[in-house]
Design a protein. Sequence first.
Length: 654
Amino acid sequence: MQSAKAKKTNKPLAERVRAVLQNGGTLEKAIPGYAPREAQIAMALEVVETIQQDSTLLAEAGTGTGKTFAYLIPALLSGKKIILSTATKTLQEQLIQKDLPMLMKACDIKSKARLLKGRDNYVCPQRLEIAETVEQHSREDWKKLAKIREWVDDKTLNGDRAELDSVAEDDPIWRKVSARMEFCQSAECSAEGGCFYPQVKQKAAEAEILVVNHHLFCADLALREQGFGELLPEADVYVFDEAHQLPDIAAQFLGFSLSRSQLEELVRDIKQAQSLEAPESKQLADLADKISEQLLAVNQALGKWEKRWTWTQLESETAFQQTFKRMLAVMDTVTDALKSVEERGKQLSAVHKRCKEYAVQLKEWQNSQSENNVRWIESSQARFRLFLTPLNVAAAFSRQREEIGGAWLFTSATLSVRGQFDYFAKRLGLDDAKSVNWASPFDYQTQGVIYHPIGLPEPRNPDYIKICLRAAWPLLKAADGRAFMLFTSHKAMQEARAILQTHWKGNLLVQGDLPKLTLLQRFKEANSAILLGTSSFWEGVDVKGDALKLVVIDRIPFAPPDDPIVQAREAYLKEKGLNGFVHFQLPEAVIAMKQGAGRLIRDLGDRGVLMLCDPRLSTKGYGNVIRDSLPDFPWVYEAGAALEVLTVTDQTVN
């Protein structure tokens, strides 16, 4: 599928790539501050080989290697159709707004690059009109709808909610107006009819470089696996940046989840559709109310305490099994009733389709016999969500990769464990892939230290967080804040917050209080700032320079042992004669720990301290596996040595 706009040349691709990246090359001349890097050129040449041979490459590139340019330059110069998939919106926006335009200009490449998101990121004009004319809203929601209407009519070209800054991204009102699949009347919606999503999708199909995220790619993969078509156009080259997240995201889409709130939303939409398109069929609204009754009964059977239930636990819960069966029966009854009236209007047709799909999922969840599927529920007093999650996606992913064909590149700063790629490769069925590791160009031996205080208690000690904070206190003061404190649980983060609020006189920023990007911006600008975060701040966060001098990690990020997925995967591995801890828990913890450690040094001029509190790093045998996988900092065990690094840093800055 060669791009029609690729520049004609007889020079080999590898030679052209070198000419762009090398000393005195295209980028050094065109981009101020660009400096050639040996590892970047080496990775780029491996990508060239992968593209030319339609093969598969696993590429771990340490922070500072320049892996983005290393895959973009060969991809652009190849003239082939490319799909770039990332895990975060930040990287998507960087690619589409900065890197791709800059490189195409520097290399005089005229290709079209487009960004395609999941359809619920786009407004649906039909849903907006329904919300404005039929539904009941609070005064605040009416104001938000007015802002969305003004945006649709006068401002947006693509209908992408990222362009809508007057309504919060996570505001519930968006669900009422977004182009979600369950509401789509695809046979009647079109680009010509003013619907945004078909327009965006059409432009995406015409682009030579298409940027998506892992969620959308895996949604496409799941549709292909089920034989229902596809969401994405065909391509010649598939690049997955931040690829370490891909296996878990693939598992989400090759399985499914269904929540009480989704079913309650279905009830509301059935009643609305009945009122608008079949006002004489009042029994339909009464039947919909019976779904609500059964949802309440199921929640009551699960109890009011927050809990994760395995299927083994649920099998012995008689009250749950009985109420769940009654809910299934009600869903079937409502589905049949909707079928008899669906031809009366678009909304009735849409809710019938959705009700039928939910009923099928509920039955599949109840009756699944596959050893590869885990059935479980998260519940609390007023909510529940059931999950069907595959333990292993390797077979499905490998099958679709072979079916699709082309060249495949998986890259991240954290794909390997102790230099080996086996764990990641096996999870996606990439046993035939070539794997290469390029170390970071940073001089960890001189740019910082790992401080591992001796004498801290085991993490199960009830005073563990308090004792960790006491050990970190001299460093926090010496660095004048400028610290990330990364926790493995919200409970630990909130405990630290409660302690620091009464002792720290500077700025205290806590995940969840503000949007992530806002918190990061405030951290960079504020004086004496400490930022407390959990999983979402362990990766994809880039703070260079003087603003960040200290990263504290409370413990090794092992998954909770009572997690249903953890229990099921360990049992699955045990049946195969493998140790669940060695072949699952430990590799996952290593990759997460590498991500957390990677927050500290982001540039050649950065300097600081990485404080690792968990005593198991030095008291347990598996601690060596984690230590050997981390950046090559010197390890120090006395606070004085760590304080010396921070003091030298301050003197250098001042």
